[in-house]
Ligand binder design. Structure first.
Ligand code: ZN
Length: 195
């Protein structure tokens, strides 16, 4: 694949071997939802671990951004989660250049990372988040609940402005989803929740 098509990603040699047009497209699709990362080089490596990882050196002036992904069964949710980790890192970054503006900063933590990722775009709803507490019915029927959970994540970020326990609030609202009846929508034949 040509370097132009790969820009702004830089792939490690092991990742380069596994890279497919599908993975490259997913990375570009995901990156478009992260205007904060525009113009930054992102090194992409691979990992054998189930989940990916992300790295932002706190004191580096260049703020070299690195994520690692498992290519097999890669989901947008995983890519979005790792990009959000990069923003969490940049939120704490000591370097003036890399630092995000106050209103764009994202608090650290895995659960926070899941919430901000889902809230960002429905693109990242293709798989259930890993760290957010989900009732078994929600995790097991994720496509059915994804949109409703995303909406609650967006509401939780709003709630956070005035309520410190917004994550607890969110998880209890997600739990409530299972108490509401799931209805079949006739227009597109897809199952959806009554919201
Ligand atoms: Zn994570």
């Amino acid at each position: 694949m040509s370097p132009e098509r790969e820009f702004p990603f830089v792939f490690t040699p092991p990742m380069k071997k596994q890279l497919s047009p599908r993975v490259l497209k997913m990375l570009h699709d995901a990156l478009r939802r992260f205007p904060e990362l525009e113009g930054r080089k992102i090194t992409v490596g691979c990992t054998a671990a189930h989940l990916g990882s992300a790295l932002v050196p706190l004191n580096s002036r260049a703020a070299k951004l690195t994520i690692r992904l498992k290519v097999r069964r890669l989901t947008y949710n995983t890519i979005g989660h790792e990009f959000t980790h990069l923003l969490q890192g940049l939120s704490k970054s000591h370097s003036g250049r890399g630092k995000l503006k106050h209103d764009r900063r994202i608090p650290g933590g895995e659960k926070q990372c899941d919430i901000w990722t889902l809230a960002r775009s429905s693109l990242f709803c293709d798989d259930a988040p890993t760290y957010l507490k989900l009732p078994r019915a929600v995790r097991g029927n994720w496509p059915l609940y994804a949109r409703a959970v995303r909406r609650l994540c967006i509401a939780a970020l709003e709630k956070r402005k005035s309520y410190r326990l917004y994550m607890r609030w969110l998880e209890s609202r997600i739990k409530d989803l299972t108490r509401k009846p799931v209805i079949m929508r006739k227009d597109n034949g897809q199952l959806s929740l009554p919201f």
